[in-house]
Design a protein around this ligand. Structure first.
Ligand code: GLU
Length: 339
């Protein structure tokens, strides 16, 4: 190779590396306030008229919630908030509360306890399945199906039921950075109709898996599901998980950083009921949904998205919630599996 060719090759390699630097700089700097807000607006406009799905009705009060509510909020680890839609409308948190009780359990008893006592594997069956418990050796499998959630609630350290409820509620308030309201109507509706959850708790108790009286734990669990949240609350709650366990707004530590990846891993495995695999395939992110119509997705280290829209698909996941959150994550190029 003569000197001219070597010089040309050198210039070529230099140009390539400069281009690569330019591209990655563009990618990170393209996450500007304007870009994030415009992607939220795109998602909102794209999906606002999708009226597919149906409110949950096995808890009667959920069927009466306005199905038109649609709100998206995104919070970053430096506490910036972006939002659009009915971001102050409240719905019951339902299953998303399971994330915060599992967080408290991790904090109180450690990751081995969660893994060995409750479990961290998917059931492949519906969130309220009784067969799943039998199939998996009378264990709950994970803290995000009803069985594992009620079991987790039962192990929260407390002197009595009122104390346990206080501690769970206080923990959710810390994640939200405010005192979350309680939805009495949803609670009354569900507490009179939670016999299968009671049966699940008793089944686990028969296998010595409950930390407190099974019916008492079911009542506290029903209360935690009846806490009201908005998309804004959800995104703030999730932002602590995107920020290594510190609430970026209040600056309060809500979970030891060493437990954050554990909790996010369970969300990735079992957060969207028996459709968690499809969700992970589409977005690569840990998330949790609730039958009240909320969904919370976390891009570790980057942001949290809360969406509220009550109509659900056949798995119990908010239709527009999944659509909007998946659109935003992919449009911002934030699928963690693609980094
Ligand atoms: N409270 C509801 C139940 O126990 C929560 C279900 C959910 O959101 O998945 O059925």
């Amino acid at each position: 190779m003569n000197t001219a060719k070597i010089a040309l090759a050198f210039i070529f390699v230099l140009t390539l590396s400069l281009c690569a630097k330019e591209t990655s700089a563009l990618t990170s700097s393209s996450l500007t306030d304007v870009k994030i807000q415009s992607v939220l607006t795109e998602a909102y406009n794209k999906f606002k008229d999708d009226d597919s799905g149906k409110n949950a009705d096995y808890i009667k009060a959920l069927a009466e919630v306005n199905p038109k509510i649609f709100a998206i909020t995104l919070v970053t680890p430096d506490g910036k908030i972006y939002e659009i839609g009915d971001t102050k409308e409240l719905v019951s948190i339902q299953s998303i509360s399971k994330v915060f009780t599992a967080s408290l359990l991790l904090q109180e008893r450690g990751d081995k306890f969660l893994q060995e006592k409750v479990g961290v594997n998917a059931t492949g069956l519906a969130f309220n399945s009784v067969i799943a418990i039998e199939l998996h050796g009378r264990t709950a499998s994970n803290p995000f199906v009803n069985a594992g959630a009620i079991e987790s609630t039962s192990w929260i350290k407390a002197k009595n039921s009122a104390d346990r409820w206080y501690s769970i509620k206080q923990n959710m308030n810390d994640f939200a950075g405010r005192k979350l309201p309680f939805n009495e109507k949803v609670y009354i509706s569900e507490v009179h109709d939670n016999k299968s959850n009671q049966a699940i708790a008793k089944l686990l108790d028969a296998n010595n898996l409950m930390g407190s009286d099974p019916l008492e734990a079911t009542t506290v669990y029903t209360k935690q599901c009846s806490v009201n949240i908005s998309s804004h609350d959800l995104a703030v709650m999730g932002s602590s998980l995107a920020n290594h366990g510190v609430n970026p707004i209040s600056k309060k530590r809500v979970l030891d950083s060493k437990y954050v990846p554990k909790l996010l891993a369970v969300m990735a495995t079992a957060g969207l009921y028996d459709n968690a695999g499809d969700w992970l395939y589409a977005t690569g992110t840990p998330a949790k949904s609730g039958v009240g119509g909320g969904i919370l997705a976390v891009v570790p280290g980057k942001l949290a998205i809360g969406v509220v829209s009550p109509p659900l698909d056949k798995y119990g996941n908010s239709v527009r919630g999944q659509e909007a959150a998946a659109y935003i994550i992919n449009r911002l190029g934030l699928n963690p599996m693609a980094q």
